[in-house]
Design a protein around this ligand. Structure first.
Ligand code: 3PG
Length: 306
């Protein structure tokens, strides 16, 4: 019997993990849970005898992967797979997958909710602003970007998107205006929402020059990854321009500097919670176990990322 580990330092809802176990059992798999673990040793111990592993932002680095002597597949229940060392997985003939699109609506709702909150001055009782007729720039137009666009259009925003991997028609079909350079997007849009992955190309790419080119009362929304921000550049812009605000689903490395210098101009969730809804937990978790079943039963590698 193949053994599947669900390793989630930040656990799924009980409904989601129960469903994963049930689906796995029905397919003849032994699903074991390691939730809310507090040390890497617990993960190393749990991975040592399993054939498959489902993770969230849990780090699958060389040590973890090498410890999983029987590992055949790792599924990141979510979109970003920068937490998996793909090189090592490939070296060891282990398939790595993600579950694209399954938690995108949850992330978009959080990003948009933070925009509303900022526009209303963090609900401080004073006069705020509206989002209607403001420009929103979507930096990448993937699954989350598409949900953002739908919500923003409902609010009457002017929506622009930059995505070098898409043709204009693929953006225009949703009634969104494509722009052809990242510079143009930032210059045009008071609100920018980031939906890019963290990789060698994007790390620190949201820098001083881009952020400082944004129009008056700029708001940068980051539900992507903290690594894509050049924090030094962002802090410099915020020091120079009192109208710039930053809201993020990821606590930055320089949290103390934001706290000391820019009170009221930033908001960070206490723990990454974009995908933390019951619906997204079920969607991503069920997709992950089904992908594992399809892999073991049919050799299906549709969502392979390595
Ligand atoms: C993702 O890449 O899918 C999101 O960042 C969600 O990550 P999480 O599952 O760790 O909340």
């Amino acid at each position: 019997m193949k053994k599947v580990l669900l390793a989630t330092e930040k656990p799924f809802s009980k409904e989601a993990s129960d469903e994963i176990v049930k689906i796995g059992k029905n397919a003849g798999l032994d699903v074991v849970l390691l939730e809310k673990y507090s040390s890497k040793d617990e993960l190393l111990n749990a991975v040592s005898d399993v054939n498959a592993m489902i993770i969230r932002s849990d780090v699958a680095d060389r040590e973890v992967i090498e410890c999983g002597k029987n590992l055949e597949i790792i599924v990141r229940a979510g979109a970003g797979y920068d937490n998996i060392d793909l090189k090592v997985a490939t070296e060891k003939n282990i398939i790595a997958m993600n579950t694209p699109g399954q938690n995108s609506n949850a992330v978009a709702e959080l990003a948009f909710g933070m925009m509303v909150m900022v526009a209303r001055g963090n609900y401080d009782g004073k006069t705020g602003t509206e989002l209607r007729e403001k420009n929103l720039g979507l930096h990448a137009y993937g699954n989350v970007g598409k949900y953002m666009a739908k919500i923003a259009k409902g609010f009457g925003m002017n929506v622009f998107a930059f995505d070098p991997f898409l043709k204009d028609e693929q953006i225009e079909v949703d009634g969104i205006t494509p722009v052809h350079s990242v510079e143009e997007l930032y210059e045009k849009c008071q609100y920018i929402s980031l939906h890019i992955p963290a990789n060698e190309k994007t790390k620190k790419s949201i820098n001083y020059s881009l952020i400082s080119s944004m129009p008056a009362n700029a708001v940068l929304v980051n539900t992507a990854r903290k690594e894509v921000i050049d924090e030094e550049g962002l802090l410099k812009v915020m020091a120079e321009r009192k109208d710039v605000k930053y809201v993020s689903d990821i606590i930055p490395d320089n949290f103390n500097l934001f706290e000391e210098n820019f009170k009221g101009r930033f908001f960070f969730t206490p723990k990454k919670m974009g995908a933390q809804t019951e619906e997204a937990n079920v969607n991503a978790g069920v997709a992950a176990i089904n992908q594992i079943i399809d892999f073991f039963e049919k050799g299906d590698i549709k969502y392979k990322v390595n």
